[in-house]
Design a protein around this ligand. Structure first.
Ligand code: THG
Length: 671
């Protein structure tokens, strides 16, 4: 597919975006009658519904675009910020959404074309606002899992908006003023579907608005936001807009530049508004505040938001011209990342093992199952919180139980988790054997999550269909080594399926660092001699994947290996510790574990360790039998020392516990 010229242009010079539409409209002193015309509802009053002006006063909108183009804007954005069904419903104008967007793009297209020359083409960005509703935040303090709007409703609304924008001739999409990455992900999902339907991908800019120095309104950091939206189809830039001026946004823009896999954009407000809604910064001040960012090569696209005028854009265009071709800041090193409210980097080189908490799994914890069945989400959330406190950097969530409505349960649980301080920080791994449940989970995640799992079990086309949908939803697929013939349980089969899965995904456009491969952890010492080499085989498979499938991450469900010793938790802990020690040395990136029950490898008694290690590494055919003997001897848990969690969870004094309870909102340990 040929790339849109905007991609190469943004790589060769700084592009100027236009300024505020609202500020310019305000100057016109429009009356209620200006907001009416054929097809626009008579009631409720439409004054303030600026987007309908695309239909009723196209002349006024065109004149504003012209002023910005004259001032030096390379890109003009359409007057369609609120032209989506969720926002237009409040004006009774949701039936007009397609028409407004199409008209908005048509008006801007005509003006941009009139100013375009072969040396200086001008472009139209379709402006897509966040709507007034949040898919991740509850409007009610006493009902934190409530949502005013859901992902699907947003995605549908955005699809209509995007269709109108593209039909009207928009070159690019500008998903702007993002305060909740889940809303933005719905827009990106709709864009991906629309681009696929048309067989052409347009450039996309995603721009967040911050509520504090470095976080969106939902509490997400800019780095985590970047990970959440970097899957955008046609990604042209990720940036920031609105705010209190360029200087205030500068630190966050530099942090964004350090992690963004693409150019960075900014269109700040003209400083702070005063009591009359007038913005403080003159064009000269705004230019001055942007200059350090331009000089350091942080910005590739720059314009203005609230309070900016053609004079501001003229000053910015001069600054950009003066900067010639700015030195480019170095690109961030390629590496994997996931996110919740915080970003979790998994660099290609040595890094700490990523613990994925296994206990929020109804199939893996009787207690969690009971709590979910009783709808005791407060206590269920405590299990997740305890996993994070014990060292889990990700939580695995599984609701597969025949007695549960799994899609509904995963939605409720994740909506509760999203409202929990500390817990909402970590990325989520949605775990199910049911596709509908996986999708229901992904639709609740504002960060970049992981899907556990997909496989070639149902053939290549189903595998790719799911992988593409996971990617559109902004998550990463975890692939189990399973194919049409069954589960991989020999070294050859593991290699064959891992490689085939990886090649198919990469060919489908999934970046290697977004692929997680699980080479199947099976139980050893089950009494069937053929099983005894399976842990050692898994470790070999991890080493092979890291050496042969560049960029891909590896993972495994560690507790599976000791299923033969259920009931003997102390011994299971030692087996997990030894298995992990060697798997990590072979390159294991993610481990699905109970982080609170992994004893420290280094403090394991020498005699026990030798027995466990001989069995895990399959050093001799009798090793499993010796492990079973050790299990008999430690059956009551009295002989093997109780595992000391790696984190060394300490009982804090009452004062500290009270502080923790207030800070985290958790009542655990408070009594
Ligand atoms: N790979 C991937 N996903 C996975 C697995 C894997 N998900 C599920 C599983 N394997 C990993 N999770 C668990 C969770 C719990 C246990 C084992 C693996 C476990 N639970 C106790 C038991 O069954 O004895 C239950 C104890 C209790 O009820 O409290 O062992 O391999 N991708």
């Amino acid at each position: 597919m040929t790339e849109h010229p905007l991609h190469s242009l943004a790589a060769s010079r700084v592009l100027v975006l236009d300024g505020a539409m609202g500020t310019m409209l305000q100057r016109l002193g429009l009356q209620e009658s200006d907001f009416h015309g054929p097809g626009i509802p008579d009631a409720p009053p439409q004054k303030g519904n600026n987007d309908v002006l695309c239909l009723s006063r196209p002349d006024a909108i065109a004149a504003i675009h012209r002023q910005y183009l004259e001032a030096g804007a390379d890109l003009v954005s359409t007057n369609t910020f609120n032209a989506n069904a969720v926002s237009q419903r409040e004006y009774g104008a949701d039936a007009l959404v397609y028409a407004i967007n199409r008209a908005g793009a048509t008006i801007a297209r005509r003006e941009a074309d009139a100013f375009s020359t072969p040396d200086r083409p001008r472009f139209v960005c379709g402006s897509i606002g966040p709507t007034g509703k949040s898919a991740s935040l509850s409007p009610y303090a006493d009902d934190p899992a409530h949502r005013n709007v859901r992902f699907r409703e947003l995605a549908e609304a955005y699809r209509t908006q995007i269709r109108g924008l593209l039909d009207g001739g928009a070159d690019a999409l500008l998903v702007e003023t993002v305060f909740d990455a889940l809303n933005a992900k719905a827009a990106l999902y709709a864009a991906a579907l629309e681009f696929e339907a048309r067989g052409a991908t347009s450039p996309v800019i995603v721009s967040a608005s911050l509520a504090s120095a470095d976080r969106l309104l939902t509490g997400q950091t800019v780095e985590a936001f970047c990970a959440a939206v970097a899957h955008a189809p046609g990604l042209l830039a990720i940036g920031l807009n609105c705010g209190f001026g360029a200087a205030q946004l500068a630190p966050a823009l530099r942090r964004l530049k350090a992690v963004a896999p693409c150019p960075v954009s900014a269109h700040p407000n003209a400083g702070l508004p005063d009591a009359f809604g007038d913005y403080a910064q003159t064009p000269a001040i705004m230019r001055q505040e942007l200059e350090p960012l331009l000089r350091d090569g942080v910005l590739s696209i720059v314009g203005g938001c609230c309070g900016t005028t053609p004079d501001h854009i003229r000053a910015i265009a001069e600054a950009v011209r003066g900067a010639a071709t700015p030195p480019r800041a170095p690109r961030p090193p390629a590496g994997a990342a996931f996110s919740g409210l915080e970003r979790l980097n998994v660099p290609p080189g040595p890094h700490p093992l990523v613990d994925v908490g296994e206990r929020t799994n109804v199939a893996g914890s009787r207690r969690f199952l009971r709590l979910v069945k009783e709808s005791d989400f407060a206590q269920a959330v405590e299990i997740a919180r305890a996993q994070v406190a014990a060292g889990a950097a990700v939580i695995d969530v599984n609701m597969d139980d025949p007695m549960l409505d799994a899609p509904a349960a995963i939605r409720r649980f994740l909506d509760h988790c999203a409202a929990e301080p500390g817990l909402a920080d970590v990325p989520v791994m949605v775990d199910s054997s049911n596709w509908e449940t996986l999708v229901a989970g992904l639709e609740c995640l504002q960060g970049r999550g992981i899907v556990n799992s997909i496989s070639l079990k149902d053939g290549e086309s189903e595998f790719l269909r799911r992988a593409r949908e996971i990617h559109r939803l902004g998550a990463c697929p975890l692939v189990m080594c399973f194919d049409e013939k069954g589960q991989a349980d020999t070294p050859d089969r593991r290699r064959e399926i891992a490689e085939r899965s990886y090649r198919l995904l990469v060919a489908a456009g999934i970046p290697p660092e977004r692929i997680v491969i699980d080479a199947n952890v099976f139980a050893i010492a089950t009494g069937i001699p053929g099983h005894d080499r399976l842990a050692a085989d898994f470790i070999d498979a991890v080493r092979w994947i890291k050496a042969n499938l560049p960029g891909a991450l590896t993972s495994g469900g560690i507790s599976n290996v000791s299923f033969a010793f259920r009931g003997n938790d102390a011994l299971r802990g030692w087996i997990h510790s030894v298995f992990l020690h060697h798997a990590v040395a072979a390159g294991l990136d993610l481990a699905i574990v109970n982080p609170a029950a992994i004893p420290d490898y280094a403090t394991m008694p020498e005699d026990h360790r030798r027995i466990v290690e001989d069995a895990v590494l399959f050093r001799d055919p009798a090793a499993a039998a010796r492990l079973a003997e050790l299990a008999m001897a430690t059956m009551d848990g009295a002989v093997a020392p109780a595992p000391a969690p790696r984190g060394g969870v300490e009982i804090a004094p009452p004062q500290a516990r009270l502080e923790t309870a207030v800070a985290t909102g958790s009542a655990t340990g408070l009594e």
